[in-house]
Design a protein around this ligand. Structure first.
Ligand code: PMP
Ligand code: GLN
Length: 379
């Protein structure tokens, strides 16, 4: 058939993980932990399966999970979404993003995103008939130039997609960024899709400034999160979105025919986990900060130079002292020759990205990080 996405190939995550397996390399490419989530969560899953919670969940998610999400949101972001009309449980953040974009973007609408941007946004915008306008953020700070942002706005602008903490740059938006965004879009009917899947992984005592904490912006915003990141269970694929009732109603029209509902026992297990273990959230930044610091220190003896990392479980490193190869070729070469798989940054950008930066996932056991660093120090 004639392709609706002719230029699109397989995702870089699939490619690099396959290459890592092929060459038996240490896989710091695709973002997933090489350890499992809490034993309690696993026990609760088995419990709910054994109790017969094995049929379809309600389309919008099971009530105990939606209640726990509401309480968690209220405790952190000073906003209590309505448990029935505002919260929708989805099959990972990926589905929430796709459903929100499909629901909000009409043919010819313009959508603004910030490059480097997570790879699932652009195809969804394209399939919805939208036109993506990308603002290139510059390393090492990757801060938004708000004058450039305003310049890109037009009467066709419908949606702004942002991601904080940011994959892949590992930067974190401040409240002032959200204020600047609001000032820029307040006068127009523009919606905001805020991808906050790493909301609980912010470092150096930096808090997460959610779009939900902004009383003006949240009237027009969809906040997306995922339990995969928070509980080290990326394979469970349970996420959610929070949006005002009128926006949620449109997203649910898509969700009900995209997946209809999400894995029942996993939702119930997550609801138990959220209730029983708020400690997990509190410990998560320190847990990942220790890994960030371990990898950073180990790479101090290498020819890579490490960029600042404010959040997420990704570390950017510059390899210009090691090679002149472009980043895609360098990542392939390094997987084959050094036995460490990573992710090139240019794949997240539409414009040519002239920097020599690659992304290392540090959601790994200490032994994995040490072994990878030892190999990287040889280069
Ligand atoms: N957004 C970002 C920025 C991500 O990094 C990821 C996955 N790592 C997702 C969305 C998708 O999350 P999920 O696995 O819950 O679909
Ligand atoms: N979000 C993960 C990453 O950035 C990958 C998820 C996926 O493979 N779709 O590495």
């Amino acid at each position: 058939p004639e392709s609706k996405l002719p230029t699109l190939g397989t995702t870089i995550f699939t490619q690099m993980s396959a290459l890592a397996t092929q060459h038996n390399a240490i896989n710091l490419s695709q973002g997933f932990p090489d350890f499992s989530g809490p034993a309690y969560l696993q026990e609760r899953l088995a419990f709910h399966v054994s109790q017969g919670a094995n049929q379809y969940a309600p389309m919008i998610g099971v009530l105990p999970l939606r209640e726990a999400i509401v309480d968690k949101t209220a405790a952190r972001y000073d906003h209590r979404p309505d448990v029935n009309s505002d919260v929708t449980v989805t099959s990972g953040a990926t589905e929430a993003l796709y459903a929100a974009i499909t629901a909000l973007v009409r043919t010819g609408d313009e959508v603004i995103c910030f490059d480097p941007s997570y790879d699932s946004y652009a195809p969804a915008v394209e399939l919805a008939g939208g036109v993506l306008k990308r603002i290139a953020l510059q390393p090492p700070g990757f801060r938004v130039d708000w004058a450039a942002f305003r310049h890109l706005l037009s009467e066709k602008t419908r949606l702004v997609i942002l991601n904080t903490p940011h994959n892949p740059s590992a930067t974190v938006w401040q409240r002032s960024d959200f204020d600047a965004l609001w000032q820029a879009i307040a006068a127009q009917e523009i919606y905001v899709l805020s991808d906050e899947v790493y909301e609980h992984i912010c470092f150096d005592a930096r808090g997460h400034a959610s779009v939900l904490a902004h009383a003006d912006l949240r009237q027009r915003a969809v906040a997306v999160s995922s339990f995969g990141k928070t509980f080290h269970m990326t394979g469970w694929k349970v996420g959610y979105c929070i949006a005002p009732a009128a926006i949620s109603a449109e997203i649910r029209k898509v969700h009900q025919y995209l997946t209809f509902s999400v894995n029942t026992p996993a939702q119930l297990a997550l609801a138990d986990m959220l209730r029983a273990e708020p400690e997990h959230y509190r410990q998560l930044p320190a847990f990942y900060q220790a890994r960030r610091d371990r990898l950073t220190q180990a790479l101090a003896n290498s020819r890579f130079s490490v960029l600042p990392c404010e959040g997420t479980y990704f570390l950017l490193v510059d390899y210009s002292a090691i090679s002149d190869l472009d980043d895609v070729s360098f990542c392939q070469w390094m997987t084959r020759e050094a036995g460490v798989a990573t992710i090139p940054l240019s794949v997240f950008c539409a414009e040519p990205f002239p920097h020599k930066l690659i992304r290392l996932c540090f959601a790994k056991q200490e032994a994995t990080l040490d072994a990878a660093a030892e190999r990287l120090c040889q280069l």
